[in-house]
Design a protein around this ligand. Structure first.
Ligand SMILES: [Zn+2]
Ligand SMILES: [Zn+2]
Length: 332
């Protein structure tokens, strides 16, 4: 049995559970761990049975509960390498430091070390300033002073508590290269969006093919190609163009959403559904609806119009994913 359960979809958090065979994975972890577990249980899914988390891109609404959830469950996280790096940078922003400040830090560290160990004289030998390393060394010295019993930890291997980016295991994948997690096969593809290396997926389990395509500025030829022969399609239908234009967002944000690396409008989703889409999916789920610049009825009517003549009992049943509650699991 294959189950596709959208726990949340929208700019306040995205998270979907997909299970097939003996495998159960989470695509994106944009809810807090507590809320994620609550919704999984509400949807009849046991969080303890999750095998892995897969991340589409590093925006907060896709990774908010990632570290806590992965640690609590002790499961691996799959990223592309640029997405993993961007996520780490987001969690550990580098502190800017002038050359004068760096020299001052070196001087302080040298003084501290000399007070502790007479032979320590080479602290300023580094070729270039590294504020993070400097900070870690200061912390290590402080830790030694506070607690003479504990073994001092190497500065390069911070513990889980010290390092907000620590994960039980990290696996890398690349757009265009299929990989499997247990019984689920994933085909990641590049999407145009303002993130480091954003992807969508076609996930296959027990011969059921599910497309996952949200957070994309437009439907590229390659995305059109990927989203064929699906049994289920989760497609972004982010905003109504008029509501966005007349809405409360500042001009710069409107430009970002509308851009080729922003989000898919109702019109753009409909354009895809009425042209390139092959009409084969049993379910079409509209997702990532904006709460400020869209109304569920506008998204629904636009998609229904696009699917006119294709909707039937067997195909293209239209479902709207929600931000604040999980969808009823779709079962194959
Ligand atoms: Zn998003
Ligand atoms: Zn995004």
């Amino acid at each position: 049995m294959v189950r596709f359960t959208v726990l949340a979809s929208g700019s306040k958090g995205n998270c979907t559970v997909i299970s097939g065979g003996h495998t159960r994975i989470l695509v994106d972890a944009g809810l807090s761990c507590r809320e994620l577990f609550r919704r999984m249980k509400a949807a009849g899914e046991d969080p303890a049975t999750l095998d892995a988390i897969v991340i589409t891109h590093e925006h907060q609404d896709h990774v908010n509960g990632l570290a806590v959830t992965a640690r609590k469950l002790g499961i691996p996280v799959y990223f592309t390498e640029p997405t993993h790096r961007a996520w780490m940078r987001w969690l550990t922003p580098r502190r800017q430091m002038s050359y004068a400040q760096w020299l001052e830090l070196c001087r302080k560290q040298a003084a501290e070390r000399q007070a502790e160990v007479v032979t320590a004289t080479a602290i300023c030998d580094a070729v270039e300033p590294d504020p993070e390393e400097g900070e870690a060394e200061v912390q290590a010295v402080a830790a030694e002073q506070n607690d003479t019993v504990a073994e001092p930890k190497p500065a390069t291997q911070p513990s889980m508590k010290e390092d907000p980016t620590w994960l039980p295991a990290v696996e890398y994948f690349q757009a265009g290269q299929s990989f499997s997690i247990g019984d689920i096969r994933l085909d990641p593809f590049t999407i145009p969006h303002d993130a480091a290396d954003p992807v969508g997926f076609v996930l296959t389990a027990e011969r059921v093919r599910m497309g996952y395509a949200t957070d994309l500025g437009y439907v590229t030829p390659n995305v059109k190609q990927q989203l064929k022969g699906l049994d289920l399609l989760l497609l972004e239908s982010n905003h109504d163009l008029e509501m966005l234009r007349d809405g409360p967002y500042p001009w710069s944000v409107k430009q970002r959403v509308l851009s080729r690396v922003g989000h898919l409008s109702n019109d753009a989703a409909s354009e895809f559904l009425s042209t390139a889409y092959d009409g084969q999916a049993a379910y079409v789920i509209l997702g990532h609806l904006s709460e400020n610049n869209n109304l569920p009825e506008l998204a629904r009517v636009a998609a229904e119009r696009a699917l006119l003549g294709r909707a039937s009992l067997l195909a293209n049943r239209l479902v709207l994913a929600e931000q604040h509650q999980p969808l009823v699991p779709i079962i194959f």
